[in-house]
Design a protein around this ligand. Structure first.
Ligand SMILES: C=C(O[C@H]1C=CC=C(C(=O)O)[C@@H]1O)C(=O)O
Length: 471
């Protein structure tokens, strides 16, 4: 299909919004959809992420559905510690007066910090504790369909013709921007993976010992301790996403660029999806490495399914999620026994859970009840969070927080931002955590955290080798 920017249609949409803005004396959202040529969403991301202050990318597991958003027509947030459902209420208010042409649902994308009570450190300064963004331009593609949505906040002063021209020019520059040559330097990647004896490794293992002691004293039932690793490396998040798309097709692929930082990952864990009143979530906890061949892999999977320690760790997550679902949903199905979720480097125990949302409960209500699940926080929840705050010694930022989207009908999907890293100029910070119960062993947990970090670490290594080979 030839690209045709239906300029007249956009201008009319803006003019309608302007009439409304005039009438109500406040800004009105104009959202306009038009079919467009197919582009590779990851190439669009890679070519443009350095030129736009806000970019987001989202792809649903095992699907060909991608959304790439540029800029921000508006941002909805709530104060640290504030109620997330405030965001959804404000979104509904904004939509009530909007002019939407194209038969689509405008969509917000964004995320929440793991711990919204904590002020962000310098590392996460560009990531507010809770923010959902309506991009200026969103490119969607699915199978053979692709389209562009243009969102503009219109006031009584807006020059509709100029705003339409600007949107067209911006999209044209986005699609015609060439990929800049990657700049990879000082890759300090080798030798740290399973080195159990470095000071960082030992001090983290000591934290695990202390947490397990606390569990043995019955102060906690379970706690998830995370750690970070920082690498001095300059590499293109777009290339990392291409690697993740290839090797983790079953994961939620996400990226959020804010100013010069990019938080991205390939998460296997859905926190919540709401469609047609049906809520879906998963318990994902309990891990084992993948085997090098079928027989070893099969036996590792079988031992994981039969491991008392992992089954207990997983059971806690299932029971906790069920108790929350039963409050906000009816017809909560009894779960089946856990199954294996096999990823490139690691396998997990997984239990899907489902219910039908009660009237008057919205997606962000459910999200804020489910987060943090015992797969990333612990139990009892409040005590585990306090323990993490006081003992982990890390600013998790958006790592292990919910990331995803919310549409105009209140439907959406959020994943737990795992297998993720924060890219800042010249540096990448990797994050991973492990669920601890009484039977957890520090060396095993450290090794598990290394395997989890390999998702991004291997991606960096692979794209830098390709860049080196290309000269
Ligand atoms: C906290 C993480 O993983 C969670 C999800 C799956 C398995 C987990 C585990 O076995 O500990 C964790 O609960 C992480 O990847 O950083």
């Amino acid at each position: 299909m030839k690209a045709r920017f239906e300029f007249a249609g956009l201008k009319q949409c803006l003019q309608q919004a302007k009439l409304r803005a005039n009438h109500q004396q406040s800004r009105v959202l104009a959202s306009y959809l038009l079919p467009c040529n197919r582009h590779d969403p990851l190439a669009l991301f890679a070519a443009n992420y350095q030129y736009e202050r806000t970019v987001c990318l989202w792809s649903t597991p095992s699907s060909d559905h991608y959304a790439v958003g540029f800029g921000s027509a508006c941002e909805l947030s709530c104060a640290p510690g504030g109620s997330w459902s405030e965001i959804q209420t404000n979104w509904q208010k904004l939509l009530a007066s909007s002019v939407i042409i194209g038969g689509h649902q405008p969509v917000l994308y964004g995320g929440f910090a793991f711990d919204c009570q904590k002020a962000p450190s310098l590392l996460w300064k560009n990531f507010p504790t809770a923010v959902l963004t309506l991009p200026d331009l969103i490119f969607f593609c699915e199978r053979d369909r692709s389209y562009l949505v243009i969102n503009i906040m219109v006031s009584s002063q807006t020059d509709c013709s100029l705003a339409a021209k600007r949107a067209r020019a911006r999209w044209q520059s986005i699609v015609s921007r060439p990929l800049s040559a990657p700049d990879y330097d000082s890759l300090l990647l080798d030798g740290v993976d399973f080195d159990n004896s470095s000071t960082d490794a030992l001090s983290w293992q000591q934290r695990v010992v202390d947490a397990v002691e606390s569990i043995k004293r019955n102060e906690l039932q379970k706690v998830v301790l995370a750690r970070s690793d920082s690498l001095a490396v300059n590499c293109c998040p777009g290339d990392i996403l291409k690697y993740l798309r290839e090797y983790y097709p079953g994961a939620f692929l996400f990226a959020f660029v804010r100013e010069k930082s990019c938080f991205l990952g390939a998460s296997p864990e859905r926190l919540v999806a709401l469609k047609d009143k049906c809520i879906n979530t998963v318990a994902l906890a309990g891990s084992a490495p993948r085997g090098k061949d079928f027989a070893t892999d099969y036996s590792l999977g079988l031992s994981l399914l039969n491991s008392d320690k992992d089954r207990f760790e997983h059971h806690l997550v299932v029971q906790h999620l069920l108790s929350i679902l039963r409050k906000c949903c009816h017809n909560v199905a009894e779960p089946e026994p856990p199954q294996l979720c096999k990823l490139k480097q690691i396998q997990h125990l997984l239990t899907p859970l489902e219910g039908f949302v009660k009237d008057g409960v919205n997606l962000l209500d459910v999200l804020s009840d489910l987060h943090p699940s015992a797969a990333v926080g612990g139990l009892p929840r409040k005590k585990a969070l306090k323990y993490i705050r006081e003992n982990e010694g890390l600013d998790r930022g958006w790592y292990a927080g919910p990331v995803g989207w919310l549409n105009a009908e209140g439907e959406g999907e959020f994943a737990v931002a795992l297998r993720s890293a924060l890219f800042t100029p010249g540096r990448v910070t990797l994050f991973a955590g492990c669920g601890l119960v009484e039977a957890s062993l520090p060396t095993h947990e450290y090794r598990e955290s290394c395997i989890k970090m390999r998702v991004i670490r291997d991606a960096i290594r692979s794209v830098s080798l390709v860049a080196e080979a290309a000269g």
